[in-house]
Design a protein. Structure first.
Lengths: 316, 531, 299
């Protein structure tokens, strides 16, 4: 919609406005955006020269730009590593699954909470579901250990009742991703639904009444009134989410890692960390990090381009 | 899901990944009347202001000391600090600055080799313990970090225990071979060994969680001793020295034997089902059973009281290493840890740009003083350590009887994190836990004596490597351990070592193992030559 | 759902199903949280061996006593409160107007500006250049380090911008423009009052971000008097983990630390650190209630 407005206006102002006119017209908007630009420029852009390290030999004594330029040496080292493909695959599988499930779950939760009649019950539900967000990862993993313990764990015992006997949820390579993803959704689903609930709170009650007059039942109301009202939010979040196809929570993977699940749980983030621990390989670590970032950014750009075409909305 | 916390988490990882560089060297705050000292201390340790000995240090050095007490995330803080070239006057903490750090950042630190005259205590320490001197000295003769000497720690940290009460109840003897152990463990599993009426709540065997980065204390890597393979520090990344030759047990046939035995035990249900997945606190808690009822039959630990708790400790006895086969001719060995424990490395370093070098030197020297060392390690004299005579001291038991001696020590002083020289010619009555550990090392002594410290224990502590080599090893080992540790867990729980061994060895070799072994060998040979 | 006066059978089924799912979700979410609470007062050994499920066992307040005996915790609370309040205020002052400006479709530079912002979500210079920058700006060991560098969170900026784009009636803006209202006036008098929901969501996001921030304190602050609650709690918490990580620098002696002792603290810390934020939530929540804002638009 926004874009179409712009498009509609273009012919009217066909003459290219000069810089002076632009400033005169929009100085107030500039005033509003400049503090944010300033903070970002100083605190995020100034240090960005550090990225070049991925292409240089780290040499402390030679100083900032003093290390020898080695071009793509460290990228090549990573691509040639026998761990490259397994790492990429593991990272992608974990991140992508989390991304898909973690995207859908809060939407369903928000739609559901929105259906609850009575402010009090609704508040209880909302507050309760967002509680886990505040539990630290260390404790989450500690709880997973307790609940999924092969001999005493509650969930292990419950699943035994359903015939899933002797599953080692913490060690089985097939169980790692589900355990990781489900616990992640459990933890953040409520919190992530807040934004949808805020959007749903702005739905005009008249829309419901109009739909009701048309004979819609409650499921249809959800489909035809609620869902369309949160689609814009969904699109934004989906685009942002797409920029995380190679992102895994480092700390959680790290803490959940053990020698049994290592074939599926070694991801780029943990590998970089290990490289960092065993030797101060700044250049190599930077290069791997940069590779990861570039892939993510590429996905974001792609998602943004698709969104622009399909939904008329985009990040930029 | 891209929530804002998720993003900040990502920022954190990227930050860790991109930890970049700097060229600036630190400017010090410059006030010559104040020394800034960073101490990497234990989280339990109370603030330095509650201790007496730091005040004595101030008096000796004639300056005010501003302590920067860091008890968490030291590595993260350190890497930033070093890369930004922003170091305090002194840094205290065992291995707080590692040799790898020195490889990259040595220019930030003061070379103390030409200051030894101002450090009479350190000079005397080097004279008394020449191995400490070689440990501290780089190939070019520089000394950046001063190590310490703790003297009383037992030769090994890992002790082996079995529940004697269970054995007695079932009419069994303490096992001496793998087969006997197997039989005993089967009995533990099948009978109601702990006598609580439940035949199924016994865990015959358990060990400390094996990380993805290699082996450590209290892990079944000590069984390598049964087949005569000498390891140190619990095994680490597998490198070992045998008769002057460096190898890596991860590709050794004897390691395969151990794995086979462990799989046999695991398959028979003799090993805790959680052994590969539990964390350290769960492992400890299980070992402590519930009330008077023990849960674990056979395990490894620092002391029986620590491993099984004060209530159950009496049920367990310390055991000698097992033979792989009855009547074997290969002499057994055990993990040799004394180097790490008694010769803690890199305990104190000085900034190259300290604002008051004389005062800083005085502090370093004072820390290696006889009584100061006692205080740093066990707490203030008069309060926590009793002076009986000039040569006799007693470490007092905790004032709070509910606290064990080790926790107490870590609470009242910086303890093992601090630079110390415990003189050989002193009489010290040790705290109970250390006494117990020494006593429980007794059954292992024979096996340890089978190792020639010069030829069967790789002197990791005493060797300073070049940064290039450290880097090369770091890369190779990360790749190698990814395969090896996975297979370790898989083979024990699922089996398959017989079929996969050949291919596995090839894979580990491909990670550059031979190159790594050559590096270790080269440094070892040089080390032997210079001694 | 007050507009449903008479219930059809379908509605009844729907309500029942909804109720059932809600109860299930509630249980799945609340039980583990409840577990944290009972674990914080139970004997940790009984927890690890799986004996604590429904009720706390071996009840003692050791963990809490240990946490609150640490005098640093009060400094931590005070600091965190200061950083969170001042920080969030600055965040909102910087973010919300910027988001509004970027939501104006006729403001052509917004595309490039958005790209400028989004780029920083992915690329950053890393820790050391940042550290050097802070040092040169005098932010090391300075409480402003908790406030200034995090003034803009691009994610929140995007959310807020999208809200302004989608949820403010276009007609309002056009009518105001005809009346000769300037951007600033429109923003202050019309857009802002209609955007309480998003301001409170963004505010909450920022607040929680400040509240949970431990990275800043960890890397850029060495003065213990300035450390926020999370660092203090982490220090206390790590008494536990230092050993769980095994026998690193502390050597074998380290492991003889009594595990009983600190596992409990782990759970206590969660309760202590999240309670204040949890209490706050219901107050903000009323802004999400249906109708509050719509009514004002209509009036």
């Amino acid at each position: 919609m926004a874009e179409s407005l712009v498009a509609a206006r273009k012919p009217a102002g066909a003459r290219k406005p000069g810089a002076g006119r632009h400033v005169r017209r929009y100085w107030q908007l500039w005033l509003m955006v400049l503090p944010a630009v300033g903070f970002v420029a100083v605190f995020l852009y100034v240090p960005m020269y550090g990225i070049q390290l991925a292409f240089r030999e780290f040499d402390f004594t030679a100083g900032l730009t003093g290390g020898d330029w080695v071009g793509l040496k460290y990228f090549r080292q990573f691509f040639d590593s026998p761990l490259f493909w397994p790492l990429l695959k593991n990272t992608f599988v974990i991140a992508f699954t989390t991304l898909v499930v973690g995207f859908v779950a809060p939407i369903l939760l928000a739609l559901m909470i929105n259906q609850i009649a009575g402010g009090r019950r609704k508040r209880v539900m909302q507050t309760a579901t967002y509680l886990p967000h505040f539990i630290s990862i260390v404790v989450i993993v500690g709880m997973l250990q307790a609940f999924l313990n092969s001999s005493t764990g509650l969930l292990t015992r419950v699943s035994a009742l359903f015939g899933l006997d002797g599953v080692n949820f913490l060690g089985d390579t097939a169980a790692f991703v589900p355990v990781y993803v489900i616990s992640d959704v459990w933890q953040h689903c409520g919190w992530n639904s807040i934004i949808y609930l805020a959007a749903l709170s702005r739905v005009d009650p008249q829309l419901y009444e109009a739909a009701k007059v048309d004979g819609a039942n409650r499921l249809q109301l959800i489909r035809h009134v609620d869902v369309p009202s949160i689609v814009p939010t969904m699109v934004i979040l989906l685009i942002l989410t797409m920029g995380g196809v190679l992102n895994t929570g480092f700390e959680k993977v790290w803490l959940m890692q053990n020698n049994l699940n290592l074939p599926v749980s070694e991801v780029i983030a943990t590998y970089v960390y290990k490289i960092g621990i065993f030797s101060t390989q700044f250049s190599y670590a930077t290069a791997i990090g940069l590779f990861n970032t570039v892939i993510n950014f590429a996905f974001l750009i792609a998602a943004n381009a698709i969104a622009r075409r399909v939904s008329n909305w985009s990040l930029w | 899901m891209a929530t804002s916390p998720a993003l900040s988490r990502r920022a954190f990882v990227v930050a860790a990944g991109l930890t970049a560089l700097a060229g600036c060297s630190g400017k010090n705050s410059g006030d010559p009347n104040t020394l800034r000292i960073s101490v990497s201390k234990h989280p339990l340790t109370k603030p330095m202001s509650t201790m007496e000995w730091p005040k004595q240090l101030e008096k000796i050095a004639g300056v005010k000391i501003q302590w920067q007490e860091i008890s968490a995330d030291w590595d993260q803080k350190k890497s930033t600090m070093l890369a930004a070239g922003d170091v305090p006057d002194l840094i205290i903490g065992t291995n707080a600055i590692t040799n790898a750090d020195l490889g990259t950042y040595r220019t930030l630190f003061e070379n103390l080799a030409d200051d030894l005259d101002a450090l009479p205590n350190v000079k005397a320490l080097f004279a008394a313990k020449p191995q400490l001197k070689s440990m501290a000295t780089l190939t070019g003769g520089e000394v950046y970090a001063v190590p310490g000497y703790k003297r009383f720690w037992p030769t090994t940290v890992t002790h082996q225990y079995i529940n004697k009460q269970w054995l007695d109840r079932l009419g069994l003897k303490v096992p001496t071979t793998w087969d006997e152990l197997y039989t005993v463990l089967v009995a533990f599993k099948e009978e109601d060994a702990n006598g609580n009426g439940d035949k199924n709540d016994e865990i015959p065997m358990d060990w400390s969680p094996v990380g993805t980065g290699g082996f450590g204390y209290f892990q079944p890597s000590v069984l390598l001793g049964s087949v005569g393979l000498p390891i140190a520090g619990g095994g680490g990344q597998g490198y070992f020295l045998e008769d002057g030759k460096v190898g890596n047990f991860l590709v050794d046939e004897r390691y395969k034997q151990v794995i086979e035995f462990l799989h046999r035990c695991y398959a028979a249900g003799l090993v805790s089902k959680n052994v590969m997945t539990q964390d350290y606190s769960a492992y400890q808690a299980v070992g402590r059973g519930s009330g008077k009822v023990a849960k674990v039959g056979f395990s490894w630990g620092w002391t029986a009281s620590d491993r099984f708790g004060a209530e159950l400790a009496d049920q367990y006895v310390a055991m000698a290493p097992l033979l792989a086969k009855a009547g074997q001719t290969t002499p057994v060995t055990w993990t040799y840890d004394s180097n790490g424990e008694n010769f803690p490395s890199n305990q104190i370093l000085m900034s190259a740009k300290t604002s008051n070098k004389q005062a800083a030197l005085k502090v370093v020297n004072a820390l290696y003083d006889k009584e100061m060392s006692l205080q740093v390690l066990w707490g203030d004299l008069g309060k926590y350590v009793k002076k009986i005579s000039d040569k006799e001291y007693e470490v007092l038991p905790p004032a709070d009887p509910k606290v064990d001696p080790s926790t107490w020590k870590w609470t009242v002083t910086i303890a093992d994190a601090g630079p110390v020289w415990i003189r050989d010619d002193m009489e010290v009555k040790l705290p109970a836990d250390l006494d117990e550990a020494v006593e429980q090392t007794e059954p292992l002594q024979k096996a340890l004596a089978n190792m020639d410290v010069d030829k069967d224990v790789y002197p990791f502590q005493f060797i300073q490597m070049k940064p290039d080599d450290t880097n090369q090893l770091g890369l190779n080992n990360t790749t190698m351990l990814n395969t090896a540790m996975t297979k370790f867990a898989e083979w024990i729980t699922k089996g398959g070592v017989e079929d996969q061994w050949g291919q596995y060895v090839q894979q580990v070799q491909n990670a550059g193992l031979q190159k790594s072994i050559d590096i270790y060998q080269r440094y070892y040979d040089e080390y032997v030559k210079t001694r | 759902m007050t507009f449903f006066r008479k219930k059809t059978p379908g509605d009844v089924v729907f309500t029942l199903a909804l109720g059932a799912i809600c109860v299930a979700v509630l249980f799945a979410v609340v039980y583990p949280v409840y577990f944290v609470v009972i674990a914080s007062v139970s004997n940790p050994s009984l927890i690890s061996t799986g004996e604590v499920w429904l009720w706390p066992k071996g009840v003692n307040l050791f963990g809490y006593r240990e946490i609150f005996n640490d005098e640093r915790i009060w400094t931590g609370y005070r600091n965190t409160l200061l950083y969170s309040v001042v920080g969030t205020a600055l965040n909102l002052v910087v973010t919300i107007p910027a988001a509004y400006a970027l939501s104006r479709p006729e403001f052509r530079p917004r595309r490039i500006l958005m790209l400028f912002f989004v780029f920083t979500m992915f690329f950053n210079g890393g820790l050391i250049p940042t550290y050097l920058l802070y040092r040169d700006l005098g932010l090391l060991d300075n409480w402003l380090v908790f406030v200034l560098p995090s003034a803009v969170n691009v994610y929140n900026l995007i959310i807020a911008r999208a809200f302004f784009e989608h949820s403010l009636p276009k007609e309002l803006f056009e009518a105001a423009m005809i009346d000769g209202v300037s951007y600033l006036q429109y923003f202050a008098r019309v857009a802002l009052p209609l955007s309480k929901a998003i301001v409170s969501v963004i505010g909450l996001y920022y607040l929680v971000q400040h509240w949970n921030d431990f990275f800043t304190g960890m890397v850029f602050v060495r003065d213990n008097a300035l450390q926020p609650l999370q660092i203090v709690l982490r220090d206390i918490l790590l008494s536990n983990q230092a050993f769980a990580g095994g026998v690193g620098a502390s050597g074998g002696s380290g492991t003889s630390y009594d595990q009983q002792y600190a596992d409990q603290i782990k759970y206590g810390v969660i309760v202590v650190s999240s309670l204040p934020v949890l209490v706050l939530y219901p107050f903000l929540q009323r802004y999400f209630e249906k109708g509050v804002l719509i009514g004002s638009v209509k009036g």
